[in-house]
Write a protein that binds this ligand. Structure first.
Ligand code: CO
Length: 133
């Protein structure tokens, strides 16, 4: 098994402050990491749950893929991050299994990770992100 953990569940929201406040009030959640990833056009907040994270994502500009996703489908579940030991190996394995890569090679993600995204088409409707810490 190449997957070692559910790294994160990413939820796309319009108002990041309101969403964070909701998670704090509802669950007593605390912010473990906050980062603007300009190359992806997102600002994200990570809240740790055991060894995984809930990731609240909001677009930083109207051309961001997350902005387009919210426009098309509304707020909600955006992608699942699967943690792996070796992103390149998992990417090759997924492609061999018929997945459609968005990233042809591993690239830098937030909090110093190495990541690769796979299109929902070819992965049974789920946008999958491979995350190597
Ligand atoms: Co992610």
């Amino acid at each position: 098994m190449l997957l070692t953990e559910i790294d994160h569940i990413a939820i796309a929201v319009r108002d990041l402050e309101a969403a964070v406040e909701y998670y704090q009030k509802a669950f007593g959640a605390t912010i473990d990491h906050r980062e603007v990833v300009e190359s992806d056009g997102v600002e994200e907040v990570l809240m740790k749950v055991a060894e995984s994270y809930i990731q609240l994502l909001t677009p930083t500009n109207p051309d961001s893929p997350v902005a387009k996703a919210i426009e098309k489908r509304g707020e909600g579940l955006h992608h699942i991050g699967y943690r792996v030991n070796n992103c390149a190996e998992a990417l090759a394995s997924m492609i061999a299994a018929g997945a459609t890569p968005i990233d042809k090679a591993p690239r830098p993600g937030s909090r110093g990770t190495t990541v690769a995204f796979m299109h929902p088409k070819g992965s049974f409707g789920t946008l999958i992100e491979l995350v190597q810490e």
